[in-house]
Write a protein that binds this ligand. Sequence first.
Ligand SMILES: C[S@@+](CC[C@H](N)C(=O)[O-])C[C@H]1O[C@@H](n2cnc3c(N)ncnc32)[C@H](O)[C@@H]1O
Length: 273
Amino acid sequence: MATTLDCLMDYLFPVPFLTISIFYFALAFLKHPLLPLTNFESFKEKAFAGLWLQFGAAFAEQTPPQISTLLAQSKGVILDVGPGSGEQLHRFSQPQNITAIYGVEPGVTLHDKLRESAGEVGLGDKYHVISATADLDSILPGLVKAGLLKSNEVSAPEDLQLFDEIVCIRVLCGVPDLRSSVADLYGLLKPGGRFVVCEHVMNSKSTAANLVQRFWMLVGWKRLMGGCELTRDTLQAMLEVANEKDGGFAKVEIKQVDEHSMITHIVGVLTKK
Ligand SMILES: C[S@@+](CC[C@H](N)C(=O)[O-])C[C@H]1O[C@@H](n2cnc3c(N)ncnc32)[C@H](O)[C@@H]1O
């Protein structure tokens, strides 16, 4: 049971967090003063990467622990969406069961550290870094380049069913079009495959936390946090996509954790029919 003090600290956690983010924007500006004018996306990417390379490991430690149990069961060919610098890779604790992992990470500044992290946890040979976003148009060329697909197999891409498992940890909060990305990823999952999620979501169980989420969104959370939204109903989007395509998932095993928090998570597995 969270105390009033726990809730207060939770609601105020964006104060230091956003301050740090502003600091990394300023640092990126000092290092690349012309970049905001010539390529604002690249500027934002560098600012976020600076922050993540420094604090990503600490944030990964705050991930709901249930995700470790789920990733210990991972096997086959896996799509790891938005792995950042690879701070969660140690949770794939049975690498011998994994055939290959394709890590789709648009932040190119993080790629070296991501490869290094994969090597440290025994996934070096199996982990393929793909520079792409969680959209089919972006992922497919990367998969061709990595050798998982041939370019002539890309002609009817909506339902390629390539992966035994798709893993999303704190990434669907920041994709520009949630439903479209979820639909694209769903089509890449094999029948019977596992969609493993650990995502912070809109808190519909605590009115206070929900109001606080809305407040921080108004203050500029999304702008300063690389497009991340605090008020997404990610599970609903996933259920709707599966419903439209296959009449639903075969199995939905999802829990909401930290229900008092403005960073409440859904954690679990949705199994495709
Ligand atoms: C909050 S970080 C989480 C990183 C990692 N999953 C973890 O938990 O340590 C979000 C990651 O998603 C990536 N990302 C942002 N937009 C994305 C998109 N449209 N498609 C895929 N990844 C994206 C970011 O570059 C970043 O590495």
